[in-house]
Write a protein that binds this ligand. Structure first.
Ligand SMILES: [Zn+2]
Length: 244
């Protein structure tokens, strides 16, 4: 919400829910309109990144297949640098675990300016990551968000142990446990591969959370401007399997 809208809302003595919804909707409209007009007046730095949500997914999957086969392209960073100095229009947003083995730009064989990546151990959506992705979608025109979990995730494993044993992790780690706790609690009593099930459930939960994140992401999904999907990166062969 821009400063002007915030001030307008705060000056109302008792804003009704309806007035807030109308205000939020018009703010999204303004943001989307700004994006569209910016695109009209100035060519995007990477015209090939102006694609539909479906085409963006296909591009991620093709890039991942090249990466899996060891056939990644050579990226001309020097040439791209100049084109990207004046702006960016990434074709996908990624919410990934911070694990050093999961490198989205490599995993999807992409260049600079292609992926808008937010990373946190356990790949769960916080207020800050939702805000970042809102910027990516409403201002930069990102048509696809992929929540990217991975097998053998240490953050999810630590959360399972903490919740099972009732122990509190040191330092600033407890909020990480809180972030993946809903997924862990949902599968804890099922038995079998608890870690694998929790990793998958965590991706599914966060896809749902981003799809329904009002007012910006949910509106973009509703208008078919955005798809939010989920995948799991396999450490052994680098393949990303779609799960949501
Ligand atoms: Zn992880």
């Amino acid at each position: 919400m821009c400063k002007l809208c915030r001030e307008k809302l705060s000056h109302r003595s008792s804003p009704s829910r309806r007035s807030f919804v109308v205000g939020a909707a018009s703010t999204i409209g303004m943001l989307l309109a700004e994006t569209a007009s910016a695109g009209d007046s100035k060519a995007p730095p990477k015209p090939q990144n102006v694609v539909s949500p479906g085409a963006a997914l296909e591009r991620l999957q093709k890039g991942n297949m090249r990466y899996v086969k060891g056939a990644s392209r050579r990226h001309d960073f020097e040439h791209e640098r100049e084109a990207l100095a004046g702006g960016q229009n990434p074709f996908a947003g990624i919410l990934s675990c911070a694990d050093s083995r999961i490198a989205p730009e490599y995993a999807f064989d992409s260049g600079r300016g292609d992926l808008f990546v937010c990373r946190v151990a356990g790949n769960f959506a916080t207020t800050e990551t939702i805000a970042s992705l809102e910027y990516g979608v409403a201002v930069l025109g990102v048509p696809l968000i992929l929540v990217l979990g991975h097998d053998k995730c240490g953050a999810v494993d630590a959360a399972i142990k903490s919740l099972k044993d009732g122990t509190t992790l040191p330092g600033h780690l407890p909020p990480l446990v809180d972030g993946v706790a809903p997924a862990v609690n949902a599968v804890l009593q099922q038995g079998g591969d608890t870690l694998g099930k929790a990793i998958r459930q965590n991706v599914i939960d966060n896809v749902a959370k981003l799809r329904s994140a009002t007012p910006i992401l949910s509106a973009a999904v509703e208008q078919n401007k955005l798809k939010v999907l989920g995948g799991i990166y396999r450490l052994k062969d680098g393949r990303v399997d779609m799960v949501a």
